[in-house]
Design a protein around this ligand. Structure first.
Ligand code: ATP
Length: 665
């Protein structure tokens, strides 16, 4: 109920002669003011009582103020009076006081007098429950804060403070940023955040939001986060950032007027260290909402029903803080045990928890944006992924070349370096498979090392740091591949990997090739320049990209100047290892191709065997025209080629290939 509805309710109860009302609030001043207006309106006298001031206005002789004295003096006032009693919770449990109140009841009703107990605690003694009503008073709503804001701004200009011109949207954001606070707290927060300012910036909202920290401080289920990073601190993830900016508009007053529905939230699934948590923090800052983390593991209680109760109370608290961003990190771990698509017993408590959370999420009418993050789909409750739960499911992949450049630039700048002073292009080109967190770590390690050695950081320090970092993607390749595959048709990509992006990427990569030292090298094609500088993986991709459709022996031949390409190893489909793709290659070349196919940089396509014949190449094995679903009893050769785009029909079957030892061809 909002303030107006509560006042209507109180008016009708006073007029109906309710003798005892217990009102719970921290906002004594605001409600005292509201009650004074209400009693004036219904033409009732208002008397207030505190332990220090006694009854005001007093009647008769002045005495020492005490709770007992209050109860003795009520009869001295004419019928119809309303008594606003503060600080009474300290005495209300005293049996003598309770007895006295019970004795007074019939007189109060007969004389249409109402005692209103106002305070942060509103415990009603059992003996009085039948004759009392307890009402929890709401915090100020948007309209209350709007008039409070107007008053605060007027006060500010009266005090001669600097002029601050605000657009409607800005004013709206300033009001929303303090929702959940009392009027007094809101005023204090505005005063602190706007003091001496002539225009708004992000810091104003961060200051305002931090005032809400205390609201969540009493709960061990919720954690309040400071918002230091903005959208500008996220390298890459352009599709996700663009989507977020559009969602932010949906909270504006204009969108409200036009009935645009409130966004519900997003689920970010992706590779570890690629910016999911960072996105949660930046989103909260973009929306100017506080970021509150809900720890699902902490919700779990041992007694039956305790977990759901914890969940309900945590969500109620979030609602009281709204608008807010509610962040649930690593939900696959938190909700571990919920029955997944794969079947299994499932944990009834967890299933109920997920169910009650999803119901809450679909019913919620307050501006609460939920961000759930996950590193794996295993144990992820399938019902969470169903369409309509979240506004969008995003897949956050390892950063591409452009993104790596951006991330390195951000972390260098953040620590006071000029990215132009380093060969960021070169570093980004070499760090395929590195996550944002690992790129950040390269910068930090290089800084520390340079400092330890007593010199200013140089590109060589970054390079050394890069060399000593083994990206997680090397050891987690299988997991990342599985995740990427799973997300392909189910999630939107956080990075718009359009043709334009890959073109830009390859152009930038070409720019990065400052390696040629002599005229001969300068005239080499881009792939050869890359190979020359030792970037064999990039060279291989570039070769396939320029040629469009490459046979394995052609590739081996082209790269043979830069690495050992022939040997006793071969390639076969993982799903069906008797499907041989090619043989007679070196282990290094096979591994490079496997890695690029697994990470979806390159794709296998079945091709016409005539092409191999024309190149005078073949394998002495029975010929296979296309990959089969059935396991082959014997090895067969599937003539195939490498391309940069997946095959329309056989992409899935040839998505994973493995290295094998088969002998020469
Ligand atoms: P985890 O699943 O392990 O929690 P995550 O995807 O949530 O990983 P973050 O915690 O956001 O990753 O990343 C860790 C740190 O790495 C960030 O605080 C940030 O400094 C850096 N980082 C990661 N991705 C990016 C990015 N895209 N742009 C800039 N910095 C990044």
């Amino acid at each position: 109920m909002n303030t107006e509805a509560i006042l209507d309710d109180l008016r009708s109860r006073i007029e109906a002669g309710y003798p005892l009302l217990f009102l719970q609030t921290w906002e004594e001043e605001r409600w005292e003011h509201e009650l004074a207006e209400l009693t004036l309106e219904i033409e009732r006298g208002l008397v207030t009582w505190t332990i220090t001031g006694g009854l005001q206005p007093p009647v008769g002789e002045a005495t020492e103020p005490s709770a007992w004295e209050l109860l003795l003096r009520l009869g001295d006032y004419p019928p119809g009076h309303v008594f606003l009693v503060k600080d009474f919770h300290a005495w209300i449990s005293d049996p003598v006081i309770v007895r006295r109140l019970r004795d007074l009841l019939s007189g109060l009703i007969a004389e249409r007098k109402t005692l209103i107990f106002l305070g942060p605690v509103a415990e009603i003694p059992f003996d009085l429950t039948k004759d009392s009503v307890r009402i929890e008073l709401p915090l100020p709503g948007y309209e209350d804060l709007q008039s409070e804001f107007t008053a605060a701004m007027a006060q500010r200009s009266e005090a001669g403070e600097a002029e601050l011109t605000l657009s409607d949207d800005e004013q709206d954001k300033l009001i929303k940023a303090v929702m959940g606070l009392s009027t007094q707290e809101a005023r204090k927060a505005w005063r602190r955040a706007l003091h001496g300012r002539t225009e708004l910036n992000d810091d104003v909202f961060t200051t305002l939001i931090s005032e809400k920290r205390t609201l969540a401080s009493g709960s061990d289920l919720l954690e309040f986060y400071d918002l230091e990073e903005g959208v500008g601190d996220i390298g890459g993830l352009d599709a996700l950032k663009e989507w977020m900016a559009r969602r932010a508009d949906a909270y504006s007053p204009r969108a409200r007027e036009q009935g645009i529905p409130l966004p519900k939230g997003m689920l970010l699934l992706g590779v570890q260290g690629c910016g999911k948590s960072l996105t949660a923090r930046a989103t909260a800052r973009l929306l100017a909402f506080p970021l509150i983390r809900l720890d699902i593991a902490n919700l779990l209680g041992s007694a039956r029903g305790e977990s759901e109760k914890n969940m309900r109370s945590a969500l109620a608290l979030v609602e009281s803080i709204a608008p807010a961003v509610l962040w649930m990190d690593e939900i696959e771990k938190g909700f571990a045990g919920v029955e997944t698509d794969g079947g299994g017993g499932g944990d009834a408590t967890m299933t109920r928890l997920v169910g009650s959370f999803l119901t809450w999420m679909s019913d919620i009418q307050k501006p609460i944006f939920v961000i759930a993050t996950a590193n794996s789909v295993q144990n992820l409750p399938p019902e969470m992924l169903r369409r309509g739960r979240f506004d969008e499911l995003f897949f956050v992949d390892l950063p591409n070349f452009e993104e790596r450049k951006h991330i390195l630039g951000i972390h260098l700048k953040k620590r006071g370096w000029k990215p132009e002073q380093f060969d960021v292009n070169d570093l980004a080109a070499r760090s395929e498979g590195f996550s944002g967190a690992e790129l950040e770590q390269i910068v930090i390690t290089a800084m520390i090392d340079a400092f330890g050695q007593g010199h200013i950081m140089q590109h060589e320090d970054l390079e050394r740091s890069w060399r000593s970092t083994v990206p997680l993607s090397v050891t987690m390749e299988d997991k990342i591949f599985a995740l990427r595959n799973w997300a392909q048709d189910r999630c939107r990509r956080a990075t718009s990997d359009s043709r334009v992006t890959s073109m830009l990427e390859s152009e930038a990569r070409d720019d990065a090739l400052k390696v040629p030292v002599d005229e001969e090298e300068k005239s080499l094609p881009a792939w050869a320049q890359l190979a020359h500088s030792g970037q064999l993986k990039a060279a291989l991709v570039e070769y396939v990209r320029t040629d469009g459709d490459v046979l394995f022996p052609e590739l081996a031949q082209a790269l043979s100047r830069y690495m050992e390409t022939s040997g006793d190893q071969g390639l076969a489909a993982r799903a069906n290892p008797n499907t041989v793709l090619w043989a007679g290659m070196s282990q290094q070349l096979c591994e490079l191709i496997c890695e690029l196919v697994s990470s979806k940089r390159l794709y296998i396509h079945p091709t016409d065997p005539e092409r191999y014949k024309a190149a005078q190449q073949s394998i002495r094995l029975p010929l296979l025209k296309e990959p089969t679903d059935n396991r082959l009893p014997r090895a067969a050769w599937l003539p195939s080629s490498l391309r940069c785009a997946p095959h329309a029909v056989h992409a899935a079957r040839l998505a994973r290939i493995g290295r094998m030892k088969l002998g020469g061809n």
